[in-house]
Design a protein around this ligand. Structure first.
Ligand code: COA
Length: 261
């Protein structure tokens, strides 16, 4: 297990929790932290003991308050492309790792921090969470997938309102527009995220992986291709031990014990 300087990765009962640990900088993502996130996501993707992931930030104030503005201020146009690609690639790896990922948003989720939460499959927010894409206030635009993922999650008009104003919204508003799946009291945030992930992880692992793949790809294709892919993945699941076990367990009125194959 790798030691990280700006992250903590803990594993328990098939869950991995990744905590960004720069609370004195509101967990802002400097290049070193983005590189560590990328390495951690590769490690978790390859670890068959890890079946689902929770991402959060250290402390009570911030999930992640964005990319590190001190570093961004020094970029030129070509390094700017590289900075954006580094974050985009890491977040895409997380989104495509084939295991469910929940963001436990414990405070400010701004800029790159909001984009990290958007790359997660589900978002649980504490009551004090604040979401925003303030990049235009700095004369830039979101660079880690915000313009791509936010409209897909909340719709074009609501996304553009956030992207063009740069203003923050509350956890309650985030839930109202479908950005946060749930809002819970701060002291229950991690327990709720773990409970939700445990509920998900009771289900067939191959089915979870295919469901994530089908939804991700269908958002990029037309209805015919999406329906075709769904049918093929649906059929493919009939070849798995998981399907046999899931259906046998139902018919025998007992909990399923999935092997993930
Ligand atoms: N990059 C680098 N440093 C950051 C940061 C970021 N995105 N966000 C916060 N910090 C640092 C602050 O500079 C400060 O460091 P210091 O104590 O060495 O001066 C520390 O974190 C605490 O932040 P501070 O601004 O003092 O807290 P606050 O409660 O007054 O305000 C925010 C909180 C989130 C409103 C404010 O920090 C903020 O606007 N941050 C930038 C958000 C942003 O634009 N993100 C998108 C970047 S693309």
């Amino acid at each position: 297990m790798t030691d990280y300087s700006n992250l903590r990765v803990e594993r328990q009962d098939g869950r991995a929790t990744v905590t960004v640990t720069r609370p004195d900088k509101l967990n802002a993502l400097n290049a070193a932290t983005v590189a560590e996130l990328d390495a951690a996501f590769r490690e978790l993707e390859a670890d068959s003991q890890v079946r689902g992931v929770i991402i959060t930030g250290e402390g009570t104030k911030a999930f992640v308050a964005g990319a590190d503005i001190g570093e961004l201020a020094k970029m030129g146009p070509i390094t700017g492309i590289d900075v954006s690609r580094q974050g985009s690639d890491a977040f895409r790896r997380l989104e495509r790792m084939g295991k469910p990922v929940i963001a436990a948003v414990n405070g400010y989720a701004l800029g790159g921090g909001m984009e990290l939460a958007l790359a997660c499959h589900l978002r649980i927010a504490s009551e004090n969470a604040r979401f925003g894409l303030p990049e235009v206030k700095l004369g830039i635009i979101p660079g880690y997938g915000g313009t791509v993922r936010l409209p897909r999650i909340v719709g074009r008009g609501r996304a553009l309102e956030m992207i063009l104003t740069g203003e923050m919204i509350t956890a309650a508003r985030a839930q109202e527009i479908g950005l946060a799946n749930r809002v819970v009291p701060h002291d229950q945030l991690i327990a709720e995220a773990e409970k939700l992930l445990d509920t998900i992880l009771k289900n067939g692992p191959v089915a979870l992986r295919f469901a994530l793949d089908a939804v991700d790809r269908s958002l990029e294709t037309g209805i015919e291709e999406g329906l075709g892919l769904e049918s093929h993945l649906f059929g493919l699941l009939a070849s798995t031990e998981d399907m046999k076990e899931g259906m046998a367990a139902f018919l025998e009125k007992r909990p399923a014990n999935f092997a993930g194959r």
